[in-house]
Design a protein around this ligand. Sequence first.
Ligand code: C5P
Length: 220
Amino acid sequence: GAPQDLAGRHVVVSAGGTREPIDPVRFIGNRSSGIQGYALAKVAAARGAKVTLVAANTSLPDPAGAAVVRVGSALEMRTAVLEAAASADAVVMAAAVADFRPVTSATSKIKKREGEDTLPIELVKNPDILAELVLRRTPGQVIAGFAAETDDVLEHGRAKLARKGCDLLVVNQVGEDLTFGAPDNAGVVLSASGPEREIPRGSKEALAAVVWDEIAALLG
Ligand code: C5P
């Protein structure tokens, strides 16, 4: 069986992609499948952790041993993650959280209008949950994020790790047919306190195992 190096630990993982409502039937979404976050939850549970999985718009079976909290929008994810994080030893933000949401969500379905060929939708920035977790960090708590980049992956990743103030940041390259919805992934784990660790292309479970190795080492 797996090492029980997370026994007695409570960990929180976010997964999936948020949907930001435009009206009752429409949303702004993204291509995240949730597979990487679910793999993180599954691996942590197998290694003995108590796992809270905050899942946004996924259609995957609940991972064995994880308590699943379902959310839709970034604001819902913020509430669920911050609540669960208050009692957590580690938090991994694997979800793709929308950076912006429509300023208002129409209460009834938006209709096409005669003579109007454009429909402006004004967006407002969502709170950065990862940055907020860092501000509210409890003593000894480990906080990790993911960063999907399409170019200059390492440079953007290093800058983001410094800006967000988290302990670990997993960076990976994304594109039309890389990573999203795929069973495999590759990346580099950036650490605020240790060396960078390259993870060759392999299963999302294998990448999850490396992330938990790093987190277990930081938890001591
Ligand atoms: O800045 P960027 O969106 O690339 O950062 C990615 C990381 O930040 C991910 O771990 C994601 O879950 C987290 N994030 C967040 N709240 C946001 C946007 C991103 O927690 N509003």
